[in-house]
Design a protein around this ligand. Structure first.
Ligand SMILES: Nc1nc2c(c(=O)[nH]1)N[C@H]1C(S)=C(S)[C@@H](COP(=O)(O)O)O[C@H]1N2
Ligand SMILES: [Mo]
Length: 556
């Protein structure tokens, strides 16, 4: 429905194998079991041995002048706006996850070291298994946009909506604290903890506690969970999301450390999503179970009528709108993908250019951090030229450097070595989600720039591969001259103190550490200094940008 894929895209997006699978390490069940025992188990123990604790909601102080009465329009509106963005962010996040359907607590992403996976596949050992082979099909009913390997558009949806989600959260918080509405959500005494536990014992043992009128205040557990969703889950989602950015990871190393490491941040980002989902399910059930009509009037009209059904119908209408928007989003994804890519570039491309893209990478890792496993990606070149060179160890290889320069050159690996060598141990961040730490040795691009002397109008450097992209045609990517001049921006011939092997880009590949993996062209044939990326390929800055709607600037 709503698609116009060519044959090559069909083959990628509609694979024969669309199995759903969930694989969880046994220790996770132990953790879940302990968590259940420590909560529901203890609640039942308390109930059976000591009986039900006093219900804190039964003795609420009377509503005073200072208490919030009802819901102002901005609170109702931001509640629904938040719901709308949250659904888009969760659905697109699931599409992103499906592109590397494993979650880890370790930086190296060694297969089978994951704590949870959504792929039934075992990695074959008789052929090169790339990270792209791992991508799983996800139904477009669940994922936005769904199908297989649609990470580019999924990221457009995810990142276009994040700033608005945050803005809504900020406006909500400001209004909350400049009115007395904050009293609904923010606990003012530690008494909230024992009170919430007592309410929880009621729910867990299926004894409904007294229901306070939410028009004035919530019960203790309700208040604590609303507070947690707004003031804990949202900030943790933001921090764990930012910790996955290469531009941030290699500049503010402490951020991923908050979560253990970068993959820890990715796992926490996923767990936050699960917590949001759990909240939505419980919240909606409680809204329905404790006076649906009245509750809907609270959050739609801000009135307290127990009989007027219009709030309920408007709320249902809004949910229908979200479903309809899902169809529209699907249509947009496949009929106007360029528009989405351009909106994403306009919003986040601009934002990143002005902020995190300016950071200079710093080197944090030491040899002991080098990953025992490193995923490979991309198609090994099939061209006669590259295969012949590979057959005799790239003795005849010459890197062609040209374009708008005073001094075009052709350089052998020995010539490059003579230009100078820099060695860095850095983390690679693939757009799909996996990472790996390796040592890279090569010539600083800066040295090359000084040799060839680009003209004053050069802004961009294009790197062309011997290999092809996923849908055929020469693989290439472009970088700003500025990023090429940064520390640790090198043309590497060495990985982990050995010459590059074919799978990892022999004889020469790129490292630009504030960018995602797809910008690190492997099997480099030629480097061109140009005025703009717009006159190359389809004009979006690289093979993946042209064909898969990836970002031109890949800081996140
Ligand atoms: N020529 C070429 N270079 C490429 C690719 C490709 O498909 N072709 N894939 C990119 C992607 S998506 C990633 S994540 C990295 C992977 O590098 P690795 O194989 O060393 O892990 O290479 C990048 N360079
Ligand atoms: Mo990648």
């Amino acid at each position: 429905m709503f698609t116009n894929f060519n044959a090559a895209e069909q083959a990628v997006h509609f694979p024969a194998d669309r199995r759903l699978f969930l694989g969880i390490k046994p220790y996770i069940f132990v953790v879940i079991g302990i968590l259940l025992l420590a909560t529901v188990g203890v609640a039942w123990l308390q109930y059976l041995v000591w009986g039900l604790p006093a219900d804190p909601s039964a003795s609420f102080a009377p509503v005073t002048e200072a208490d919030p009465k009802g819901f102002p329009w901005w609170l109702c509106l931001s509640h629904w706006v938040n719901f709308f963005f949250l659904i888009i962010i969760i659905r697109s996040g699931l599409s992103i996850l499906a592109d590397h359907p494993r979650l880890y607590w370790n930086n190296d992403c060694t297969p089978d070291s994951e704590w949870i996976k959504f792929t039934p596949l075992k990695i074959p050992d008789n052929k090169i298994w790339t990270a792209k082979d791992e991508a799983r099909y996800l139904s477009p009913v669940v994922g936005l946009p769904g199908y297989r390997h649609t990470v580019g558009l999924a990221r457009c949806w995810h990142f276009i909506n994040v700033p608005f989600f945050l803005l809504n959260g900020v406006v909500f918080s400001v209004l909350l604290f400049t009115t007395n509405q904050w009293k609904r959500l923010v606990p003012v005494s530690w008494q909230i903890l024992p009170d919430s536990w007592n309410v929880f014992v009621h729910y867990a043992t299926l004894n409904m506690p007294v229901e306070p009128n939410g028009f004035y205040h919530y019960n203790a557990l309700q208040q604590l969970s609303y507070f947690g969703v707004v003031f804990i889950l949202a900030p943790v989602a933001m921090l764990s999301g930012m910790a996955m950015s290469p531009a941030i990871e290699n500049r503010f190393h402490w951020l991923p450390k908050l979560f253990g490491n970068r993959q820890g941040a990715r796992s926490v980002h996923f767990l936050v999503m699960l917590a949001y989902l759990a909240f939505i399910v419980i919240h909606v059930s409680m809204v329905a179970a404790t006076g649906l009509v009245r509750n809907m009037n609270h959050i739609i009209h801000g009135t307290d009528s127990p009989t007027d059904t219009s709030g309920l119908y408007i709320g249902l209408g809004f949910i229908l709108f979200i479903v309809a928007f899902g169809f529209f989003a699907h249509w947009l994804s496949w009929r106007r993908p360029r528009l989405l890519q351009k909106i994403e570039a306009f919003i986040n491309g601009t934002l990143w250019k002005l902020s995190i893209n300016k950071f200079k990478p710093e080197i944090y890792y030491s040899p002991k951090d080098i990953s025992p496993y490193f995923w490979a990606n991309g198609k090994i070149p099939e061209s006669e030229e590259w295969r012949n060179m590979a057959a005799d160890g790239f003795k005849d290889y010459k890197l062609k450097v040209g374009g708008l320069v005073d001094n075009p050159v052709e350089l052998s690996i020995t010539d490059l070595i003579n230009l100078g060598k820099e060695q860095n141990i850095t983390m690679h961040h693939c757009i799909q989600g996996w990472s790996g730490i390796a040592e890279w040795g090569g010539v600083p691009i800066k040295a090359l720039v000084e040799l060839v002397k680009p003209h004053a109008n050069v802004t961009t450097v294009a790197f062309y591969s011997f290999g092809e992209g996923l849908y055929g045609g020469t693989y290439y990517d472009t970088h700003t001259l500025d990023n090429c001049m940064k520390p640790a921006s090198i043309l590497a011939w060495e990985m982990n103190y050995e010459p590059l092997t074919p799978a990892y880009g022999a004889p020469l590949r790129l490292r630009i550490e504030n960018q995602l993996g797809y910008k690190m062209v492997k099997w480099i044939a030629r480097v061109d200094f140009v005025e703009s990326h717009e006159t190359i390929g389809k004009g979006f800055g690289g093979k993946n940008e042209d064909d898969e709607y990836f970002d031109l600037i890949a800081n996140t």
